[in-house]
Design a protein around this ligand. Structure first.
Ligand SMILES: NC(=O)c1ccc[n+]([C@@H]2O[C@H](COP(=O)([O-])OP(=O)(O)OC[C@H]3O[C@@H](n4cnc5c(N)ncnc54)[C@H](OP(=O)(O)O)[C@@H]3O)[C@@H](O)[C@H]2O)c1
Length: 353
């Protein structure tokens, strides 16, 4: 049995949680991590995991590195490079960050929220398989190296395809997806799900309906959590209308099947479950409160631009994007320019969205 080397770039809440489940030395699956602000803590003592799904445990990655350059110095070839940073294409050039660890045959896996996140990676790595993953999890890094997972998990994974992909590259990407999912299952992530490329993009749109509604509204409402917003009649009407706007756009972009897909929640179900979740705050609100950049481009900017290219306006999302982006720029959190995904590469993929 040959060794499978996995490198997680961005070992925060999501990255460390999945790293700890994928690391299976007995099965020769070795997971290393590239850390940033938590490097010293993780290099010294690994991660302390406080999980609802698996209890409390320590996780000591195979390697802990300060950068991708450092991660290749020992000559390791990585089979999978998993990007689990916040997706901030207006601030970071993530494909450039991971370029040193992406070799021939390396599979790039993106576990991030948002739409259009794959395109810059496809442009930089035209020969490598790219897998797109959407996760439902409530996790946080409460102090450097301490990861708390609050709620249930699902991770939906699919190969990212473009019309120029060859049959052999598609076969390789599907095989890489199957292999990764089998490692997730062996690590106890029973609900790791394999979707085809188009279906995975529909899952992304569904998650956007939630993220693009509650994240910006939480900041713009002055700091309300999801349940709080839904308890206020005006804010509830706004949130429901935002979700309807995204659902309607997704239905027009994917006309061949009803949206949402039957396995995903209706707006009523999202409202009901959000009303029960009184504890947590949307990540954009946490980022705003902490003075960190927000995932504005991938959660609002890209969906608005992708919809526009299909002739669809999303005025509620566009209003939130314009106002929140201005607030972030004035506060010095975001750069006054748009995300990079090119219109050309986006539209190529949209035809298969
Ligand atoms: N947390 C959740 O419950 C959840 C649920 C679903 C989806 N997501 C999505 O998952 C993605 C990751 O979110 P998260 O909550 O895990 O974020 P997070 O806790 O902030 O973790 C991101 C990590 O990436 C690190 N990082 C950023 N740039 C890096 C670089 N160039 N090199 C090395 N490390 C780098 C950050 O370091 P610093 O500390 O230095 O910034 C941080 O440790 C986001 O797209 C998010 O929207 C999160």
């Amino acid at each position: 049995m040959s060794t499978t080397n996995i490198l997680i770039v961005g070992a925060g809440a999501v990255g460390a949680f999945y790293a700890s489940r994928l690391h299976q030395p007995q099965a020769k699956v070795l997971v290393s991590v590239v850390c940033r602000s938590n490097f010293a803590a993780v290099a010294a003592s690994g991660f302390r995991m406080r999980t609802r799904a698996f209890g409390d445990y320590e996780f000591h990655p195979h390697g802990v590195y300060k950068s991708c350059e450092a991660a290749v110095q020992e000559g390791t070839h990585y089979d999978y490079v998993v990007v689990a940073t916040k997706a901030l294409p207006d601030i970071d050039d993530e494909p450039a960050t991971i370029a040193p660890v992406v070799g021939r045959g390396t599979v790039v896996v993106l576990i991030q929220n948002g739409l259009g996140i794959e395109e810059p990676f496809r442009a930089r790595f035209p020969e490598n398989a790219i897998l797109s993953a959407v996760t439902v999890i409530s996790a946080a890094q409460t102090e450097p190296g301490v990861i708390v997972q609050h709620r249930w998990t699902r991770i939906s994974i699919g190969a990212y395809k473009t019309p120029t992909d060859t049959p052999s590259s598609i076969t390789a990407a599907e095989e890489a997806t199957r292999r990764l999912i089998s490692i997730f299952h062996a690590g106890g992530i029973a609900d790791a799900e394999h979707w085809d490329s188009d279906e995975l993009q529909r899952v992304r749109w569904h998650k956007i309906a939630i993220n693009a509604t509650f994240n910006p509204s939480a900041v713009l409402s002055g700091g309300c959590g999801n349940a709080e917003m839904l308890s206020d009649p005006l804010l509830k009407a706004h949130c429901v209308a935002c979700m309807e706007e995204v659902f309607a756009a997704a239905q027009r972009i994917f006309p061949d099947a009803p949206f949402p897909p039957p396995h995903l929640a209706s707006i009523d179900a999202i409202v009901a479950s959000s009303l029960r979740n009184t504890a947590s705050k949307p990540s954009m609100l946490l980022d705003w409160e902490a003075g960190r950049p927000m995932e504005l481009e991938v959660i609002l900017g890209n969906p608005i631009r992708i919809a526009k290219r299909h002739g669809i306006d999303m005025p509620r999302l566009a209003t939130m994007y314009a106002t929140l982006r201005s607030m972030a720029i004035r506060r010095g959190l975001q750069k006054p320019r748009e995300a990079k995904p090119s219109a050309k590469s986006s539209s190529t993929n949209e035809s298969s969205l």
